[in-house]
Design a protein around this ligand. Sequence first.
Ligand code: NAD
Ligand code: ZN
Length: 342
Amino acid sequence: MKAVVKTQPGPGAEMKEVEIPKPGPNQVLVKVKTTSICGSDYHIYSWNKWAENNVNIPQIMGHELAGDVVEVGENVSLVKVGDFVSAETHIICGHCYQCKTGQYHICVNTKILGVHTDGVFADYAVVDASNIWKNDSSILPEYASIQEPLGNAIDTIRAGNVSAKNILITGAGPAGLLSIPVAKAFGASQVIVSEPNDYRRELSKEIGADHVINPIEESLEDLVNDTTGGIGVDFVAEMSGNPTAISQGLKQITPGGSMAILGLPAEEVKLDLTEDLIFKGVNLIGITGREMFKTWYIARRLLKENMIDLEPIITHRFPLEDFNKGMELMKSGNCGKIILLP
Ligand code: NAD
Ligand code: ZN
């Protein structure tokens, strides 16, 4: 089969012909119909510090997928050949304190599909049966593939109890973009998006943001004041990982409000905790992955009941062979979600 393999430390990856993998006793083999590029795939491709510390090469890249099960291991009974599936990408231990108390998404022994194991940028992929999510047959493979990052957006927005509230999303990369329709579906009254990239600001507007702003050229504070009657936003969904965006976002929250941070800053962040958090009684929430499998049920309902439209967020589609084009676009930032088709 063909597969996109990270073969060497340093930027790039290679399309290679490799053996179709064999599922272990508790695993299944999926024929990949659709995969999509995540920011972490780009980090592995470009080989940043995080990738260097986490990825053992050679390894097949990718983790977002939709496909059909074509073989199951001898112990697998709940997943059948022919099932149309996607995968939760956090591979958990099941025995740590967090797992034993039902907090699987923060398992201290988490491994990630396509980061610590061979991934899904290939014709076939092996997935642990316990990580398989059976898709509703009415959901298109392209949307099914995006459910995993959609889950990040759902968990972040859910943390804000956003119904009838004014919210700010900092950063409109794929995660921030996915958060816009989710926030609207959850009943947010006004969604403000702060994003320096022109393409992504335009797209944010198209998919339902009420106000967009380039925080480098204009005053975010003025916009938040004007649009909330001087109150400030009730909730900030931090989707950039940019230290300035984080401290700027925290300042826009009305006392008693909250902020959920999904974005991963590469360095320590300086915040005025006294003025911007403590005296305001602001609740700060860290988001990692997706609540397993609560978030997947929500994603299914949002998609099945047409409560969100992913179509405009998918901005590019390439054959898997053209993964380099997708990675270049990720680098430029002039994209939403990028689909790769084996
Ligand atoms: P991305 O890098 O594509 O998007 C980040 C966006 O933030 C970019 O469009 C960038 O232009 C914008 N930005 C930069 N500076 C800004 C500023 N000052 N104000 C507002 N926006 C600014 O990343 P993504 O794939 O959309 O993911 C978003 C973040 O979430 C990343 O940091 C990613 O690593 C992280 N992430 C975390 C988890 C988790 O489990 N916690 C999961 C997935 C992604
Ligand atoms: Zn665990």
